[in-house]
Design a binder for this molecule. Structure first.
Ligand code: BES
Ligand code: ZN
Length: 408
């Protein structure tokens, strides 16, 4: 049995087979033998071919990727099946304890809300919002999507990251308080992530995070296919840059603020997972994480924004509703991904509070992502993207200059 497990493991690692958690119907559709079943989800080992099929099946059902890869490395030197079991159990128990916390909040919602809601708009934030420029967002989306591909394994995968670093250093040098720009290297991808750290003046150890992924993918033509990723996710990356430009003009915040452009999200949230794990093990005090992934395609109508309801924190979703009322005036709707669909899930699984405004409902979602057709087109709306910048800027300014934090 042990020899069999060893062979199975070696075969798996050579072929880069992944152990994934996904919905039972998807696993059945790709004929992946289910190793375990919990909370309506199954655990299975999938080959690269099954992984692509899984993605295609999920696409058919409008669920996009539809799986979460399990990290077996944390399970130590046990047999393959013991490692699968222990990491799956860890995943399910983490998820259910986080869900229980959310339920407790929902039970006592109104008494908790008093501790983090504002009620009144702040003139300083209203003034700052007026400085956001739609043209800047457009310029950045054009800049990112002009790279033929930002796929994480290409020899050119770090070109946009290095070029962006230079632009950000120039921007950082225009302010008189401490702002650092860092490249972050990873274990599981040659692509680097990029971080801008704005040092807080009075509570520097408390960190307000904003982020989005910088990589792109062509799931149909492989690594050599064009992957402009204009919506997914030049648009989120661009909104972060415009938010940062205006935030820096507002003086030093009290708490630290960090902006991330994550590597290799499209192949399993690789960059953000390593970063969130590291922040957790270093005991960093991350107050909140806002994720921007796809902001350009108003699939449910202009100015209709989804407040993603899974792998996010209930108090931050309520907080986003309030920021929207006070500063943006979009129509916020509730929608779920159904799985760990973007980098916010990496932070959420490490116990950090998260929120994710998203461009559309599932019905209207952009069908061109992950292909050479994800370009700026007639449906693209930079005004729609601007609403995300308003949300992001009000979130960054309000949270970094207050004591607000998760009340549970
Ligand atoms: N931007 C997508 C996620 C997305 C797509 C959310 C459509 C909602 C609607 C993201 O970049 C992505 O593709 N994520 C992967 C995650 C997977 C590799 C863990 C996905 O969904 O396939
Ligand atoms: Zn994607």
């Amino acid at each position: 049995m042990k020899v069999f497990c060893l062979l199975f493991f070696l075969w798996g690692s050579v072929l880069q087979a992944k152990v994934v958690v996904s919905e039972m119907d998807l696993l059945k559709a790709v004929h992946a033998p289910v190793l375990m079943q919990r909370q309506g989800l199954g655990v299975a080992q999938v080959s690269p071919a099954q992984e692509s099929l899984l993605i295609q099946e999920a696409h058919k059902k409008r669920r996009c990727g539809g799986f979460t890869a399990l990290d077996l490395s944390a399970a130590g030197a046990q047999s393959f099946s013991a490692r699968v079991k222990s990491s799956a159990m860890k995943f399910f128990s983490q998820l259910s304890s986080l869900k229980k916390k959310e339920q407790r909040y929902l039970l006592h919602r109104s008494s908790f809300q008093a501790s983090f809601l504002n009620k009144q708009p702040q003139p300083k934030i209203q003034q700052a919002i007026k400085k956001l420029k739609v043209q800047e967002i457009q310029n950045w989306v054009e800049w990112f999507s002009a790279f033929p591909s930002r796929y994480h394994r290409l020899p050119t995968a770090n070109d946009p990251i290095k070029a962006l670093k230079k632009r950000l250093e120039a921007l950082a040098s225009t302010v008189s308080y401490p702002v650092r720009v860092d490249l972050i290297t990873h274990q599981n991808t040659p692509q680097m992530s990029l971080r801008v750290h704005i040092e807080g003046s009075t509570r520097p150890s408390e960190i307000v995070v904003l982020g989005g992924h910088v990589d792109s993918i062509n799931m149909w033509q492989g690594p050599s296919g064009r992957a402009p990723g204009a919506d997914d996710n030049a648009s989120g990356s661009a909104v972060l840059l415009e938010t940062l430009r205006v935030l820096l003009s507002q003086g030093q915040p009290q708490r630290s603020v960090e902006f991330f452009w994550y590597a290799a999200e499209e192949v399993g949230l690789v960059g953000s997972k390593e970063i969130a794990q590291q922040y957790r093990s270093q005991g960093k005090d991350v107050v909140a994480v806002l994720q921007l992934d796809m902001t350009l395609h108003p699939g449910a109508g202009e100015n209709v924004i989804a407040n993603v309801g899974d792998y996010t924190s209930a108090w931050l979703r309520d907080y986003l509703v309030e920021l929207n009322q006070l500063y943006v005036g979009a129509e916020l709707i509730e929608e779920k991904c159904g799985y760990a669909c973007s980098d916010h899930a990496s932070w959420y699984m490490q116990g950090f509070p998260t929120v994710m405004p998203f461009e559309s409902d599932k019905r209207g979602m952009n069908r061109r992502i992950h292909s050479s057709k994800d370009v700026i087109n007639a449906q693209s709306s930079f005004m729609h993207a601007l609403s995300f910048a308003k949300l992001a800027l009000s979130y960054a300014m309000d949270l970094s200059n207050s004591l607000r934090r998760q009340p549970y």
